[in-house]
Design a protein around this ligand. Structure first.
Ligand code: ADP
Ligand code: ZN
Length: 304
């Protein structure tokens, strides 16, 4: 059996035909244009899917379904994407219904971080784990929680939205109204923004970390604050969910060692008991194809 995995993001949408073994048969990436109506974007994605199916030579009967991973907030029970910050025109878009009209196979929708957690459980760093939290540190910050072997979805599929967990109120006010949200401090967007202000020139997130490695004192102070925020959130996740591991993915996790060591140190100091303090912090393994694999996992490993 095969499934189509679709990953809808703020800058690009990817679709792939994925085998039950996890092998990607074929994948296509197209830009998501914020000025294009969502119905038109869905039409474009549908054309890509039709083409992929055709090129792989599969028949309708070979396909278990189409899985879609999309940024929240959304409503997986109603199959609708609500109002993601990076897709401003996508307000209450019934994406499942619109796709199901075109393809006569089941269509499933899940929050992208939750789908990524399923991907890591299926083929990545969480293989064999029943209790873990996957955290993505990218443009924004999100998480997917697996507890007792099952994805924690919440009422509408938005569980794990940890970007607005308060970790350092002294940092300032978030657009959501709270002070010191994790995402306000430690997202890739924030790191580039604050790093640029501190150094007086426009820096990418990666360039901020280059200066950190080079020993720039002001940047080091800021980046330590970022690591402190991530570490604090990780300790809260350990204390709340009692996981075997915290898995960190997303573009910012490519920084590697310094970030993982800082978060690990935080957990080993501040988690509530000796077992919690030993919770492993490990890199995600599927960074490139996380989205489409996670979306396909919805068809093969529903909720598992
Ligand atoms: P998305 O948010 O669209 O899912 P990514 O997971 O790739 O995309 O995250 C993008 C963020 O990761 C951006 O803020 C980018 O600057 C940052 N990033 C990408 N590569 C690196 C790197 N090597 N080091 C640090 N930050 C990076
Ligand atoms: Zn907030």
């Amino acid at each position: 059996k095969y499934a189509v995995g679709v990953d809808i993001g703020g800058t690009k949408a990817a679709a792939a035909v994925v085998a039950e073994t996890g092998e990607i048969l074929k994948k296509t990436v197209i830009p998501t244009d914020g000025t294009v109506a969502p119905e038109e974007m869905i039409e474009r994605i549908s054309r890509v899917i039709s083409k992929l199916i055709k090129e792989t030579g599969l028949q309708a009967g070979d396909l278990s379904g189409i899985g879609i991973g999309a940024p929240g907030p959304l409503d997986t029970k109603r199959g609708a994407i609500h109002s993601p910050p990076y897709l401003p025109r996508w307000i209450d878009v019934p994406v499942v219904q619109l796709m199901a009209q075109r393809f006569s196979i089941p269509v499933l929708l899940e929050n992208d971080a939750n789908a990524a957690a399923l991907a890591e459980k299926w083929l990545g760093a969480a293989r064999g784990l029943n209790d873990f939290v996957y955290v993505t540190v990218s443009t924004g910050i999100g998480a997917g929680i697996v507890s007792d072997g099952r994805l924690v979805s919440g009422r509408r599929g938005n569980a794990g939205e940890i970007g607005h967990m308060v970790v350092d109120p002294s940092f300032g006010r978030c657009f959501c109204g709270l002070y010191g949200c994790l995402e306000l401090i430690a997202s890739g967007t924030s790191i580039a923004k604050h790093g640029s202000v501190i150094s007086g020139r426009t820096l990418s997130t990666k360039e901020v970390f280059d200066l950190y490695r080079a020993g720039d004192a002001a940047i080091m102070e800021f980046v330590d604050r970022v690591f402190h925020a991530l570490g604090t959130a990780a300790v809260s996740l350990v204390n709340t969910f009692d996981p075997e591991a915290i898995i960190i993915g997303g573009g910012v996790s490519q920084v590697g060692d310094p970030l993982f060591k800082a978060v690990q140190t935080h957990i080993s100091r501040y988690a509530l008991d000796a077992v919690g303090r030993q919770t492993q912090v490990v890199p995600a393994q599927l960074n490139q194809s996380e989205g489409v694999i996670g979306a396909a996992a919805l068809c093969f490993q529903p909720g598992s």
